[in-house]
Design a protein. Structure first.
Length: 66
């Protein structure tokens, strides 16, 4: 199991949190928690990669801060 805190820019309201949450829910992650400006996620690297998680966030309209 892998755990990450991913910093996200461009989030400013509850709708932003819901958008990121909905994007992450579509992935096979074990656990996630979205807060303003960040995502805590636990996942199995054999099922989903960090790059896939980042792309999902970016596809929902937000920028991941590396």
């Amino acid at each position: 199991m892998q755990a990450e805190i991913i910093k996200i820019s461009g989030m400013s309201c509850d709708h932003c949190i819901k958008s990121v949450e909905n994007a992450v829910k579509k992935l096979p992650v074990e656990k996630h928690e979205v807060k303003m400006g960040s995502l805590y996620v636990e996942y199995d690297p054999l099922k989903v990669s960090k790059e896939q998680i980042v792309l999902s966030i970016e596809d929902s309209g937000y920028e991941v801060i590396q």
